[in-house]
Design a binder for this molecule. Sequence first.
Ligand SMILES: NC(=O)c1ccc[n+]([C@@H]2O[C@H](COP(=O)([O-])OP(=O)(O)OC[C@H]3O[C@@H](n4cnc5c(N)ncnc54)[C@H](OP(=O)(O)O)[C@@H]3O)[C@@H](O)[C@H]2O)c1
Length: 240
Amino acid sequence: MWNTLHNREVILAGGSGGLGAATAELLACEQARLTISYYSQADRAQRLASLGKVVRADLRSASDRLALLQEAPHLYGLVVFTGDPARPADPSAWEETLRRALEVNYLGPIQLAREAASRMQASGTEGSIVLFSTMQANALFAGSTAYAAAKAALQHAARILAKELRGKPNIRVNVVAPGVTAAGMAESSIRSGKYDHLLASGVIPRFGRAADVARAVRFFLEPDNYITGQVLCVDGGATL
Ligand SMILES: NC(=O)c1ccc[n+]([C@@H]2O[C@H](COP(=O)([O-])OP(=O)(O)OC[C@H]3O[C@@H](n4cnc5c(N)ncnc54)[C@H](OP(=O)(O)O)[C@@H]3O)[C@@H](O)[C@H]2O)c1
């Protein structure tokens, strides 16, 4: 299976974060041609410059999404890592948090996926789109409404898109839903002990690693993959 991504253009939107960086490293081993986007942390993103082109894009902005897609005129793969855990600073900011969560976790990623798919269709290119959800969209965690409901909407929209796109050219759309992974946005929560109870009670055998997630993305990017419209939970069994 390996090396089938050689020279293929893949955009990793929000790929400068913990899970994106591990995926970029894996795909760079095959010499995939990567475009990696970030939003606010330019220094963190620039650490990946040896693996591909690094560009800034706010996925909430239509013009930024267009500029990002123009970086990869022969796009084969789109992976959208972009996400925001949307923890409200204080209860009075609840409505604003809800709006931000929907824009960053749902609107931006699904719009980018639709726009990428249109370009693939127009050029008759087969391709693979991978979107990012969370275990919190697949089981109920108190306090997660803003984040989890937006991700659940993304999962549903991704499956609709997969249905709309099946056929020729074959453009597949799948979702990866990580559990508690020791990278990126969950790192500080893990350090604080927030999820230790999952280990102590034997719900999960260990915390996830970024490489666990990168391998799932690679699986969906495989050109000969026959799977579309699926949500793959990479969570060590947390949502069972
Ligand atoms: N880590 C986990 O345990 C875990 C668990 C479940 C689900 N997930 C999901 O997995 C995905 C990747 O997570 P991660 O841990 O790698 O997170 P991360 O390190 O926080 O990375 C998030 C990425 O999204 C970008 N981003 C944030 N707001 C954006 C916006 N408005 N427009 C464009 N990009 C934006 C960030 O850019 P800047 O940093 O430059 O702002 C960064 O590249 C997310 O969708 C997350 O919900 C992660």
